[in-house]
Write a protein that binds this ligand. Structure first.
Ligand SMILES: [Zn+2]
Length: 268
């Protein structure tokens, strides 16, 4: 499997784009690096530009541990809420800071909240090409949530026609519908046996696991909810079963082989 993590700070990337990036992202990402290190796993880290600018030493630590550093936009605003000029600036700023910090080319991109849409595919692909991006990991072939997803895989051909390699998130067929498996809230909320069972039909070399370091943070809700108002739906969606993440992640890392996009598809 391909291990991926989106490196962002929940308070800024989900709760309020105008908040500063907090140093929780340092603690949480360090925890994740330790867990991966204990299992000898390297993966792909899609790092948000705002995080890289504030904590360049974190990006250095990720690269130093052997992980691939890729791009997860600058501010985490959804792409369909940006203009072409704003997306170009977000990409320019994040890719240049990641490359300056690591000294390596960035070749991979994941859009915040899988926010790719057909209506801006032309400028989306043009801008990724301008920044030297070779592959995209932003496509969810399931329409479980209203804010993202494609109902069929025609999008993959449309991206390929524009010269972009595309690796969609892993889904499995249940009752005639695609169900996301191996990532984010789905992995956090499903019991481990269910993930394991849903993943049985996937290609274990190329299927994609994704998570956020903040999902390992079991104190964030208590501390944040004393400071700001968190709507109940958001509280459930974002914080449910964070306490189960570490043990499930350790099981997953034990049960499957993991690698990065770079090592599977673009070895040096
Ligand atoms: Zn994200």
């Amino acid at each position: 499997m391909i291990f991926t993590a989106d490196i962002e700070d929940w308070q800024q990337s989900v709760y309020d784009f105008d908040r500063p990036v907090s140093n929780r992202v340092l603690r949480n990402t360090s925890r994740l690096l330790d867990i991966l290190g204990n299992h000898g796993v390297t993966g792909t880290f899609f790092v948000q530009g705002m995080v890289a600018e504030k904590f360049p030493q974190l990006v250095k630590a990720i690269a130093h541990a052997g992980h691939e550093v890729a791009c997860h936009s600058y501010s985490h605003r959804r792409i369909y809420n940006l203009t072409e000029a704003q997306f170009r600036e977000e990409m320019r700023r994040s890719v240049s800071s990641l490359e300056d910090i690591t000294g390596n080319k960035v070749i991979g991109f994941r859009a915040p909240t899988f926010s790719v849409r057909d209506e801006f595919l032309d400028w989306y692909c043009d801008i990724l090409h301008e920044q030297g991006i070779i592959y995209d990991s932003s496509i969810m072939l399931a329409t479980v949530r209203s804010c993202y997803g494609f109902s069929d895989d025609g999008i993959l051909q449309r991206l390929a026609a524009r010269g972009l390699d595309s690796y969609p998130m892993s889904v499995t067929r249940v009752l005639g519908k695609n169900l996301p498996v191996l990532g984010g809230g789905y992995f956090r909320i499903y019991p481990y046996w269910l993930t394991h069972w849903l993943a049985r039909g996937l290609d274990h070399r190329t299927s994609i696991f994704y998570m956020h370091p903040y999902e390992l943070d079991t104190h964030e809700y208590r501390e944040m909810s004393q400071l700001v108002d968190i709507p109940p739906k958001m509280a459930v969606h974002q914080f449910a079963r964070r306490g189960s993440m570490k043990i499930k992640l350790q099981k997953l890392l034990h049960d499957y082989p993991f690698s990065s996009f770079r090592d599977v598809y673009y070895p040096a």
